[in-house]
Ligand binder design. Structure first.
Ligand code: ADP
Ligand code: MG
Length: 317
């Protein structure tokens, strides 16, 4: 705390977002009561102007993206979010009007996802706007979904569609058409796939944020298995299909925030029923194999032959 101006700024903008345990953002820490039988899942993500969002993205959508990328981590762990912390490094050029819109976006998503602000920190900076959220979520003891549980013979499933956000970023840069704005929307406001009860269904899960193929590599490495992705099975939106973008580009692009799940074939129907209950589309896109020397993730084309992909960051068999 460096002065009244900063305190008033926090009180005006962020106190309305605070909830139980935040002590009105007027004390030195938040207080969260424990919950018997549960573990606390805690995750944090930072977004930086010009790296994770564009300087002229609407302030409300920047707030929502900040919160949603963290909510996506909760979904990937099978945890139920309830509270979060907000750290702001504010350059002088970002005026209060910008932060009012930012807080409005946050308020809308707090209501939608049932979370409350518990605290944070505010500083000035001569650099770009930097925003960090730290999210707290409950998960039943021992029921968290991990990256390391995939087993040979599991099928690989993905929620939603892949590649829209990377095309949305291209559209904002003038490098891709986006006639109905849906691609841009996917880049600016990801959809965290909360709401499925996947304990007892999925052996492993993660949220795809850095490109489907690369993130498959994380499950493969952590689980000590190999993965094949069938490119023709990967779900694409109508907008992504009509963009004409090469499949390799969509599989490598980031910001999807879809859940990648390793599920034994015997539980496919249970997964589909749970996804339907939560209103989330799921598609089988590949399979888990025994780890082979020299590689982890392979993408197969429609003819079953390995696809040459345009970008590195992963290995082939
Ligand atoms: P101190 O300097 O003693 O750490 P701060 O001024 O950082 O105190 O914080 C005072 C209160 O305001 C704390 O409850 C803190 O959680 C809250 N706070 C500060 N910045 C933010 C923010 N960006 N979002 C939410 N709460 C904040
Ligand atoms: Mg502080």
């Amino acid at each position: 705390m460096t002065g009244g101006g900063e305190f008033d700024f926090i009180a005006r903008l962020f106190q309305p977002l605070a909830g139980e345990g935040a002590l009105d953002l007027r004390d030195d820490a938040a207080l969260v009561a424990g919950r018997a039988g549960y573990e606390l899942a805690i995750s944090t993500d930072t977004i930086v102007e010009s790296t994770h969002f564009l300087p002229d993205d609407p302030a409300g959508s920047v707030g929502r993206k900040l919160l949603r990328v963290n909510l996506s981590d909760c979904a990937a762990m099978g945890a139920e979010p309830f509270g979060w912390f907000l750290n702001v490094a504010r350059p002088p050029a970002r005026d209060e009007a910008w932060f009012i819109d930012f807080a409005d976006g946050l308020a809308a998503d707090q209501r939608r996802f049932g979370v409350r602000l518990l605290g944070g920190d505010t500083t000035g900076t001569s650099g770009p706007l930097v925003l960090t959220a730290t999210i707290l979520a409950w998960v039943r003891h021992g029921e968290a979904l991990r990256r390391n549980g995939a087993r040979v013979g599991d099928d690989l499933w993905i929620t939603g569609t892949i590649g829209d956000a990377t095309l949305g970023l291209a559209a904002l840069r003038g490098a891709c058409a986006d006639p109905d704005g849906s691609l841009t929307q996917r880049y600016r406001v990801p959809e965290p796939r909360l709401g499925m009860r996947l304990h007892g269904i999925a052996h492993a899960a993660l949220d795809v944020s850095d490109g489907l193929v690369q993130d498959c590599g994380h499950i493969a490495r952590e689980s000590g298995v190999a993965i094949t992705i069938e490119a023709a099975s990967v779900p694409l939106s109508a907008a992504a299909r009509s963009s004409g973008a090469a499949i390799g580009r969509l599989l490598a692009g980031g910001d999807d925030y879809e859940l990648l799940l390793a599920v034994p074939p015997s539980r496919a129907a249970a997964l589909q029923a749970e996804a339907a209950r939560a209103g989330i589309a799921v598609t089988r896109i590949g399979r888990v194999w025994e780890a082979a020397a020299g590689g982890r993730v392979m993408v197969l084309g429609a003819d079953g032959a390995p696809l040459a992909l345009p970008r590195g960051g992963w290995q082939h068999f």
